[in-house]
Design a protein around this ligand. Structure first.
Ligand code: PHE
Length: 346
């Protein structure tokens, strides 16, 4: 445990056991220097509490990086609710209510929103005890709704930067794009890609999604890494770019919304050696957090929010240019840019 805590450069890991359900709730506060620590709540099963703590640490670091790159005055936080078993709906409801009370006790040290395993409806429940520290409630409850559409839009804007850099054109018409994970982000992303005439392939661990999109080629999870395409877009869980998958990849670029795509930082070099342009995850997937917090905390209109999200394209262009000029990989270039921005405001 000591190693897990000392290996991380964040501010705090808050942790509590929920006796009624056996769940462990972990809040990672990576940094509150840039503003109040903000990030979604991930609710899923973890094998060990250590895994869950490390995930909360990494995910909250990612939030600091995202907000810094977007020059948005929020810090990095993330909550992980690690379930040890499947919960009944009323058990889950009770857990979310107790979680909300805890957030309120933290008095603004951490603001939450949705992430893998939670929805705007869950935010409504958490907000009954956790108000006003809960983003992305349903519109019926005064929130801006889900964050997936804006995240999908930002990822799509990121693909335009890749198009310009690799293919000399921002348009994605005719580009073969494989989206892994057809969930709250993948679905709206497909809409943007379709509107531009991309050639779309989809993959998901739930093979039933193929029925929702009979017009697109469905790639089974077993073949998702080796299927040739122009852009591979991971929009499911993290850790999918690793020593096992990278040699299989037959794409020219990776541009996706999943958090923590790299297995290890060295995998960014591995991708570069394979001649695959990697768009750093934290540069692509700011859309949801930025649009929702902008609309709810800063009073942005939806139009202003989406204009802000579209800056992902320019940010990625800067990252690609820095990487080329300094002969470093794109992940390191993006990280350097974040550090520079953070140093400037400290
Ligand atoms: N799930 C979002 C992310 O990973 C977090 C978020 C959504 C934060 C909505 C605030 C509001 O970026």
């Amino acid at each position: 445990m000591k190693e897990i805590l000392t290996a991380w450069d964040g501010e705090a890991v808050l942790i509590r056991h929920d006796a009624q359900t056996g769940a462990v709730i972990i809040i990672g506060i990576h940094s509150s220097k840039f503003g109040p620590a903000t990030g979604g709540t991930r609710l899923m099963k973890y094998n060990t509490v250590e895994d869950a703590i490390q995930d909360a640490q990494k995910l909250s670091s990612g939030m600091t990086y995202k907000f810094a790159l977007a020059d948005f005055p929020r810090g990095g936080g993330k909550a992980v609710i690690a379930l040890s078993r499947v919960l009944l709906p009323e058990e889950r409801h009770g857990l979310l209510m107790r979680y909300g009370s805890w957030i309120r006790q933290l008095n603004g040290y951490y603001y939450t929103g949705p992430d893998v395993g939670t929805t705007p409806e869950d935010m409504d429940v958490i907000a009954t005890t956790g108000d006003p520290y809960v983003f992305s409630r349903t519109p019926a409850n005064g929130g801006a709704g889900g964050s997936g559409e804006a995240t999908g839009y930002g990822t799509y804007c990121g693909m335009k930067a890749v198009g310009a850099h690799l293919f000399g054109t921002r348009t994605l018409a005719g580009k073969k794009i494989l989206v892994q994970g057809i969930g709250s982000v993948g679905r709206p992303l497909l809409g943007y890609l379709k509107s531009e005439g991309a050639e779309i392939l989809i993959s998901d661990v739930d093979e039933r999604v193929a029925n929702d999109y009979p017009e697109y080629v469905f790639v089974t999870p077993a073949r998702v890494y080796q299927t040739p395409c122009d852009i591979f877009s991971p929009c499911a869980l993290g850790g999918i770019l690793n020593a096992d998958t990278i040699p299989q990849l037959r794409c020219k670029a990776v541009v996706g919304a999943a958090n923590n795509q790299l297995g290890t930082e060295a995998d960014a070099d591995f991708l570069a050696r394979q001649n695959i342009l990697y768009a750093p995850d934290f540069a692509c997937n700011i859309g949801g957090a930025l649009a929702i917090t902008g609309m709810e905390a800063m009073g942005w209109s939806k139009q202003v929010a989406f204009e802000q999200v579209s800056r992902v394209e320019q940010t990625l262009t800067t990252i690609f240019t820095l990487a080329d000029e300094q002969r470093i990989n794109t992940h390191v270039a993006a990280r350097n840019l974040v550090r520079e921005k953070l140093n400037r405001i400290q």
